[in-house]
Design a protein around this ligand. Structure first.
Ligand code: BGC
Length: 717
């Protein structure tokens, strides 16, 4: 605790009226029309606004480009600081999710890079760009574990694994918040959506969820725990309910667990309208009820819908909310504003940012995010072959950026065709005359080529909030194109520009090579071209399972065992699990090919056994494995370490990722991946949230993806 800041808080609080305190809890949407601006200024003058969210829409990610009006923000801040009685500055929040002017890969793709240092640096750059445009606070990182790619928002988060989520949480929070929150180029981060939103039933947005406390602690909370321990300044309460309890009105989730167990000290903001949604859930009779429930549960700031502003004064009079709780929420918000340095420097200084450097990093992360799923000796391509580039994503730009970006510069984005022309020269390229890349000339064009490259995918408008799909597949015309091209007897390469994994049955068999490029941001096309021609070697590994069919969802690697052996691990089938299809994944978690090959040595452990007391005292198992690059390219390999607690008081997953090392290994070279496993890695949470390490044997798997059988065992005595 910073004494000086605490004293300042008390001083400010002592001078505030009840109305001004309530104002601090009110976040209002960005005013756009003259009328809205005049009204907003008046409210700020009256002390009725604590924060402004820089969007006017409840689904900001689906908006087209919408520039920040810096002049207006400056004006409004002057009104708050100079014309309001309490002089408390406004906090400006914006959804800066995976980039600002420079757009990085969608978060699900970032997870596939398995490169936390690069991620942290990228988020540092994102903060620099947004902070230079008056943004103080971003609603990122999104940390929702999701096992359902039908859900449009799976693109925004870390995928299916709690450990990947935890590593990403730390990297993003540290990157966004920088060394000091008060640094001018730092953003306040917001861990969202707390909690369980990614478990929406059927992949339908805003749908109910069923999450037991055991699953909550072991699957859904770890990323938030990591964000809190990295010092995240704010947390957003989610839209969903968990087993009949809306999170936004739940003291259990928002106070007992988040603060009591995770130790969160910042403030909680609701999601857009989630306070008002308590009406729709049928747990509140009117908006006053909504406000009372949410504030008492632990929501400190009400996003965009004014339930607090409208009702808290009366609720205080009626004793339905307490002055103590109001003061507590105000203190938390003032603390964050003070830590951000807003009182000392309310007006941003004009600063230049290194766009060139940021673009280079965006390309690096794009290269590392892309996953080579299949390669029947086709890739890398030689630059002097004739290539037919076909498909609807050859000339597309906007979709490459992905959803949840509103500050992008389209002029920085090359389409795939332009990047390919630059790479190999126009003379080596045959392209469809039609904008869509799909029409009649595709067959003759392909007939003249040595290799057919298909630019396939889904639009950015088919991903994100309220954009769920029921079939994980490409459009019918793309599938027809794929099948047609297969008949020509030429190698066919599919480059998939998608936000989510597709079900691969009916797609993969028509292709000789598949590069899963995702929506990888501003530099998507350049990154793809570098990879296709071997200027860079693929190193991405998928952080989400690729099912064969949509009907196999949910399919995720860290499952617990089942009682009957009819269901093998992860859809593997001692007996057929589905009568109509193989249930194993098309591509398992952690999977991704390279142009080179890595041979794994047997893992070694030292010591092989430790007492529980020694573990508690901090001793560790040291695990190492050597990998040798036996192929013809220098490359990077993500060496993954999974554990399985053989016998425990609760069922434990058959594989759980606990660590990885991304190593660069030159052709013919050997490198060692070294890991430490200790108390923090070998335990689990009980349904009460107590952490337990139980004595017994643990299988340790070290290999190239979650199906590795390269293992040893260690014992906790
Ligand atoms: C989304 C949040 C977002 C907020 C503000 C909501 O609809 O669920 O992720 O931060 O809007 O734009």
């Amino acid at each position: 605790m910073n004494r000086e800041i605490e004293n300042q808080i008390e001083k400010i609080l002592a001078e505030m009226t009840v109305q001004e305190k309530i104002g601090q809890l009110n976040q209002q949407a960005e005013p756009r029309s003259d009328e809205e601006i005049t009204l907003c200024k008046q409210k700020i003058r009256n002390g009725e606004v604590g924060s402004i969210i820089l969007t006017a829409s409840s689904t900001a990610g689906n908006e087209k480009k919408s520039p920040i009006n810096e002049e207006l923000l400056d004006e409004l801040q002057h009104v708050a600081v100079e014309e309001s009685r309490s002089h408390v500055p406004l906090l400006y929040g914006r959804d800066v999710i995976h980039g600002h002017q420079t757009v990085y890969p969608i978060p699900l793709a970032c997870a596939c890079a398995f490169n936390e240092e690069l991620l942290k640096k990228s988020y540092r750059n994102i903060a620099r760009e947004a902070a230079a445009q008056s943004v103080h606070w971003t609603f990122s990182p999104m940390l929702d574990l999701s096992r359902d790619p039908r859900w449009g928002r799976i693109i925004e988060g870390p995928g299916e694994d709690p450990y990947v989520g935890a590593v990403m949480a730390r990297a993003c929070v540290e990157g966004l918040q920088g060394e000091e929150l008060s640094d001018e180029d730092s953003l306040l981060a917001c861990a969202k959506h707390y909690i369980g939103y990614g478990a929406s039933e059927g992949g339908r947005d805003y749908q109910r969820t069923e999450i037991t406390d055991y699953s909550l602690y072991n699957y859904y909370l770890p990323a938030f725990r990591a964000a809190v321990s990295a010092g995240v300044a704010t947390v957003m309460s989610s839209f969903n309910d968990i087993s009949g309890q809306p999170v936004t009105s739940s003291r259990k989730y928002l106070t007992d667990i988040l603060r009591g167990q995770l130790g969160f000290e910042g403030f909680v903001v609701s999601d857009w309208g989630s306070v008002h949604h308590l009406l729709n859930f049928g747990v509140a009779r009117d908006r006053a009820d909504c406000a009372a429930l949410a504030l008492n549960a632990g929501v400190d700031m009400d996003m965009a819908v004014g339930c607090y502003a409208e009702n808290l004064e009366q609720l205080l009079k009626e004793g339905r909310v307490s002055r103590e709780r109001l003061d507590e929420a105000v203190r938390r918000i003032l603390r964050v504003k003070l830590l951000k340095g807003l009182f000392a420097h309310p007006y941003p200084k004009k600063r230049r940012v290194d766009r060139g450097g940021h673009l280079a990093m965006a390309k690096e992360l794009a290269v590392e995010s892309m996953v080579l799923l299949k390669n029947e000796r086709v890739l890398p391509l030689a630059k002097d072959r004739k290539i037919a580039l076909l498909g609807p994503f050859a000339k597309e730009r906007r979709s490459l950026l992905g959803n949840w970006t509103v500050d992008y510069c389209l002029e920085d984005v090359k389409c795939f065709q332009e990047a390919l022309e630059e790479k190999i020269g126009r003379e080596h390229l045959l392209v469809s005359a039609d904008e869509s890349g799909m029409f009649d000339d595709s067959v003759p064009k392909a007939g003249m080529a040595d290799v057919i490259v298909l630019a396939l995918g889904e639009s950015w408008e088919r991903t994100g909030e309220r954009r769920c799909i029921s079939e994980l597949s490409l459009s019918a015309d793309q599938i027809a194109l794929l099948k047609r091209m297969r008949t020509l007897g030429k190698p066919v390469v599919g480059v998939f520009f998608c936000g989510r994994p597709m079900a691969m049955d009916g797609l993969a068999e028509y292709l000789d090579a598949i590069l899963y490029a995702w929506h990888a941001g501003t530099k998507t096309a350049d990154a793809v071209c570098d990879l296709l021609f071997g200027d860079r070697v693929p190193s991405g590994k998928t952080a989400v399972t690729f099912p064969r069919r949509t009907g196999h969802i949910p399919l995720y690697y860290n499952v617990t065992p089942s009682g009957s052996t009819i269901n093998g691990y992860y859809g593997e089938e001692p007996f057929p699990c589905y009568l109509d299809s193989a249930a194993s994944p098309a591509y398992p978690f952690g999977y991704g090919l390279s142009y080179t090959m890595f041979r794994y040595g047997a893992p070694q452990a030292s010591p092989q056994a430790l007492s529980l007391a020694a573990l508690v005292a901090g001793e560790m198992f040291h695990i190492s494995v050597e990998i040798t690059n036996i192929g013809e390219y220098d490359g990077k390999e993500t060496v993954q370490l999974y554990i399985h607690d053989r016998i425990a008081s609760r069922m434990r997953p058959l594989r759980e990722l606990k660590a990885w090392r991304k190593l660069s290994v030159g052709c013919g070279q050997t490198a060692a991946a070294e890991f430490e496993l200790g108390y923090a890695q070998l335990g689990f949470y009980t349904e009460e949230g107590n952490y337990l390490v139980e004595p017994g044997c643990f299988d340790i798997y070290v290999g190239e993806n979650c199906l590795t059988e390269n293992r040893l065992s260690i014992e906790v005595r």
